[in-house]
Design a binder for this molecule. Structure first.
Ligand code: ADP
Ligand code: MG
Length: 269
């Protein structure tokens, strides 16, 4: 396994797209694992009450398992509840359980309710040598996603190559600009990844062209193909990188992880 370049500062990615099923979780877990397999220290924070990212990384997340809920609502330290993922030696996960569903409401009455993850993450990153943090968001623009947008420096948008892909994205970009203006001026869309690409259809190619025109600098050269191996992997508690390392899906996620690491080594915007 080749060693990837370390970024100068920890890079915190929020993987966002308010549409469900576009590949946020799949992208979060496979990029996190890909960077960790390259020798980097990676943390994934699961912010979705479904806990799909926790599952895919082989992490226990039955109700009552401490994790993201305790950090957001009970002021627990992130380091306290991180769990080692069997997927890679330097990959740790803050698990999400169904308890997190209630956090959306409980956050409303908290002081500095949109800043809670940012504060916890700053304390954590000041103490530990971490290269990459991935924040896997639920498919909604509520307070949990807002906490992620405020805590992150970079946004990674996975885009599924289908009709109306860009319409949803322009709504997301408006939200991002609001957050930038009011709560987190450091936030920027640095990375766009085309997912579930079906090379047999003209539509996919057209959408890919449109996305590359709109996000010229941000779109990664690598495209993630639609692949049965990718969709099967989570039911084995694995990423596709360990489930079927030679599959097209695994190779492309690994390549995307390498592209992100190489870009981050040069400049950080
Ligand atoms: P989100 O987190 O945005 O809701 P997921 O990552 O959970 O999206 O993906 C939605 C579904 O699509 C899941 O069942 C997942 O396994 C599947 N999926 C994701 N990426 C691919 C792909 N490249 N090829 C085939 N299936 C995929
Ligand atoms: Mg998800």
């Amino acid at each position: 396994v080749s060693l990837l370049p370390r970024p100068e500062h920890p890079r915190v990615f929020v993987v966002a797209n308010q549409k469900g099923g576009v590949g946020k979780t799949t992208t979060s877990v496979n990029l996190a694992a890909g960077l960790a397999l390259g020798g980097l220290n990676v943390v994934l924070i699961d912010l979705d009450p479904q806990g799909n990212a926790s599952t895919a990384l082989g992490i226990e997340h039955s109700p009552g398992t401490p994790g993201t809920y305790e950090v957001l609502i009970e002021d627990a330290a992130i380091a306290e509840h991180l769990v080692d993922s069997p997927e890679a030696p330097s990959l740790r996960v803050l698990p999400a359980t169904i308890d997190l569903a209630g956090a959306e409401i409980q956050l409303v009455s908290k002081v500095a309710r949109e800043n809670r993850l940012r504060r916890a993450l700053r304390t954590f990153l000041a103490d530990e040598n971490v290269d990459y943090v991935f924040l896997d968001c639920p498919p909604s623009l509520g307070l949990i996603t807002l906490n992620a947008l405020v805590a992150a420096g970079e946004i990674l948008i996975p885009i599924q190559c289908e009709y109306y892909a860009l319409e949803g994205v322009s709504q997301l970009v408006r939200t991002i600009n609001l957050v930038k203006g009011e709560l987190n001026e450091d936030l920027s869309v640095t990375t766009v990844l085309l997912t579930m690409y079906d090379a047999r259809t003209r539509l996919a190619a057209q959408v890919a062209d449109e996305v590359r025109a709109y996000f010229a600098d941000q779109t990664l050269p690598t495209v993630i193909p639609r692949s049965v191996r990718i969709s099967e992997a989570p039911s084995y508690g694995q990423t596709v990188l360990t489930y079927h390392p030679d599959s097209a899906g695994a190779v492309s996620y690994l390549e995307a992880a390498h592209e992100i690491a190489r870009r981050g080594a040069k400049e950080n915007t």
